[in-house]
Design a protein around this ligand. Structure first.
Ligand SMILES: NC(=O)c1ccc[n+]([C@@H]2O[C@H](COP(=O)([O-])OP(=O)(O)OC[C@H]3O[C@@H](n4cnc5c(N)ncnc54)[C@H](O)[C@@H]3O)[C@@H](O)[C@H]2O)c1
Ligand SMILES: [Zn+2]
Ligand SMILES: [Zn+2]
Length: 357
């Protein structure tokens, strides 16, 4: 089968990949569409170190084609969104409804693939840039067939992370003010969830002025072009006292440092972006004196089964946008064109068509 691999130097589409049989509690999913998240780019440029060779991708949707023994949650033929967690379901964090804090969800580094006999890692327990994957049954979250695969393919990272940061982690309340730094796949979903929560104003900030219309489509009330004006001045022109929440959705050290000063008294900075491993930040401590909170957020602090069902319900009711996130669908051999378009700010999200050729 075909898949997009990274060998440490080069990203390339290969044929002849094989994946192992599903074990007890595992399922095989035929991927139909995969979204490309900035974290994929970060693996290639070394921002997120990951052992190689690996099969890329972590956002995707597809159809279950095989189930291992003891699987009861999905059946062959079910449409599913892939979650990257694969939580154990039995530890204290899982029991407390916090699967993103389950210790078994990190660093498993399985090698379920082979290419010409050489084992390949799966990225983020998923590897969605590949025709067939083997995942734990709780990573294959069933979704209604009415949700198009292209839209569904973005739920497993961008939508869960962005909306979950607002709904689950920050718990933004009606009337609270929000600034969103970075109008990419993550930022757009933060904007949309903040608007759904009744936040006001919802200020989108990006260095690419072409993102203004997209931000407005997802519910931003204002746009600050950070290539023209300092973000702090732009935000304070709208909210002179600063905002209740800043969501950093870029992964830039300097932006995280600056963001603390965009906050109102008692405000909260939510860090979603992932700067290079080992990065440190510095800010004037007095900036945090007035009850400022700085919080991280992994994967939208999501509970994939509950949150993906909620996202699909809202989408089918016309309350949450997914199709508008899909700027373009590329064939698998168009991955380099997709990455170039992403780099040049032309995409909300680029999606790969991973159906067998
Ligand atoms: N916390 C998590 O669990 C989690 C999950 C997924 C992705 N991420 C991270 O979130 C970040 C964003 O991912 P994405 O897929 O949305 O990226 P993206 O490439 O789609 O979007 C990034 C956006 O930021 C803008 N930008 C760049 N520099 C800026 C600046 N200085 N000020 C304002 N805007 C700026 C770009 O123009 C672009 O619109 C990445 O660091 C990614 O690794 C984190
Ligand atoms: Zn991602
Ligand atoms: Zn657990």
């Amino acid at each position: 089968m075909r898949g997009i691999i990274f060998d440490g130097d080069e990203l390339r589409l290969v044929d002849g990949l094989e994946v192992r049989e599903p074990g007890p509690g595992e399922v095989v999913v035929r991927i139909v569409n995969a979204g490309v998240c900035h974290s994929d780019v970060s693996v290639i440029d070394g921002t997120i170190p990951f052992p190689t060779p690996l099969v890329m991708g972590h956002e995707g949707a597809g159809i279950v084609t095989e189930v291992g023994s003891a699987v009861t949650s999905v059946d062959v033929g079910d449409h599913v969104v892939l979650s990257t967690l694969g939580q154990c379901g039995a530890c204290p964090s899982c029991d407390a409804g916090r699967p993103t804090m389950c210790r078994s969800t990190f660093g498993a580094q399985d090698m379920p693939f082979t290419l010409d006999g050489e084992p390949h890692y799966n990225f983020a327990n998923v590897s969605s840039f590949c025709e067939r994957v083997v995942v734990k049954a709780n990573q294959a979250v069933p979704v209604p067939e009415e949700v198009p695969m292209s839209a569904a393919s973005l739920i497993g990272c961008g939508v869960l992370t962005g909306s979950g940061a607002v709904f689950n982690r920050a718990r933004v309340q009606p009337g609270e003010s929000v600034a969103v730094l970075g109008v990419g796949g993550i930022g757009l979903n933060v904007i949309q969830a903040a608007a759904l929560s009744g936040a006001h104003p919802v200020i989108a900030v990006d260095t690419n002025p072409d993102k203004a219309d997209l931000a407005a489509t997802f519910g931003a009330t204002d746009f600050v072009d950070a290539s023209e004006v300092d973000a702090n001045l732009g935000i304070r022109a709208i909210r002179p006292t600063g905002v209740d929440y800043v969501f950093e959705c870029v992964g830039a050290k300097a932006l995280i440092e600056a963001a603390v000063s965009y906050l109102d008294w008692g405000g909260t900075l939510v860090i979603l972006g992932v700067p290079p491993l080992g990065s440190t930040v510095e800010f004037v401590t007095a900036a945090a004196y007035l009850d400022v909170t700085i919080m991280g957020c992994r994967y939208g602090s999501s509970r994939p089964q509950a949150d993906i069902a909620r996202i699909c319900d809202l989408y089918l009711a016309g309350r949450l946008k997914l199709d508008e996130l899909v700027t373009r669908v590329y064939p698998m051999d168009g991955i380099h064109a997709l990455l170039e378009d992403m780099e040049n700010g032309r995409l909300a999200r680029g999606v790969l068509d991973v159906s067998p050729a």
